[in-house]
Design a protein around this ligand. Structure first.
Ligand code: SME
Length: 161
C-alpha cells in the first residue's frame, strides 16, 4: 500500500507542490483511468485539511455519473447544468463556491459541506468528467487551488489519454 504523505506546509502552494509530486508518483506510468482517479481522490482526501469529500464524476450518457471518490456516499447522477458539478461541466470552467448555501441549485450530498471546488476534465475540448472537492470550512478554495487542481487534472489528461 502507498504510504500516504504527512504533508507539512505553511502555505497552500507548498502543499500543492508536494501533492503534484505524489500524483506523478502514484500514476507512475499507469494508464488505467479508474485506478488513477481512485488513488488521486484518496491522496487529496487524506492530504488536505478540512475536506469531507474528494472525488470524480464521469461524463456518460449526457450526465455526470459518480466515479472514484473518498468520503460519504454521494448522489449518483447529476444532470448537466445542475449543481456546482453540472454547472462547471456545462461551462467547461472551474468553479469555486465560497458558501454553498448561497449557490442556487447546489446539490447537498453532505449537510456538513460549506464550500466546494469543481474542476472539469477535458480532453481535446471534450468533457470527460469533473473533479469535485468539498470542505467543511467556508471559503476554503480560491484561485490558488484552482490553478494547482487544474494542473493535477492536466496530469490525468496527459497520463491517461
Ligand atoms: N455538491 C455537488 C454534488 C456532488 S457532492 O457534493 C459529492 C454539486 O452541487 O454539484
Amino acid at each position: 500500500m502507498f504510504d500516504l504523505p504527512k504533508v507539512k506546509y505553511q502555505k497552500k502552494e507548498e502543499l500543492y507542490i508536494q501533492l503534484i509530486q505524489h500524483v506523478k508518483g502514484l500514476i507512475g506510468g499507469e494508464k488505467d483511468l479508474i485506478a488513477n482517479l481512485a488513488n488521486i481522490s484518496s491522496l487529496i482526501f487524506n492530504s488536505m485539511e478540512d475536506i469531507n469529500w474528494a472525488g470524480f464524476y464521469l461524463y456518460k450518457e449526457n450526465q455526470l455519473v459518480l466515479g472514484p471518490f473518498n468520503g460519504k456516499p454521494a448522489c449518483i447522477r447529476i444532470t448537466l447544468g445542475k449543481g456546482v458539478c453540472g454547472t462547471a461541466a456545462i461551462k467547461k470552467q472551474t468553479i469555486f463556491v465560497e458558501n454553498v448555501h448561497e449557490f442556487e441549485g447546489h446539490i447537498a450530498c453532505d449537510g456538513e459541506t460549506l464550500s466546494e471546488i469543481v474542476v472539469p476534465m477535458l480532453v481535446d475540448g471534450q468533457l470527460i468528467g469533473v473533479l469535485d472537492i468539498d470542505s467543511i470550512k467556508i471559503s476554503k478554495f480560491d484561485e490558488i487551488d484552482k490553478m494547482y487542481l487544474e494542473e493535477i487534472v492536466g496530469l490525468i489528461r496527459t497520463e491517461c489519454f
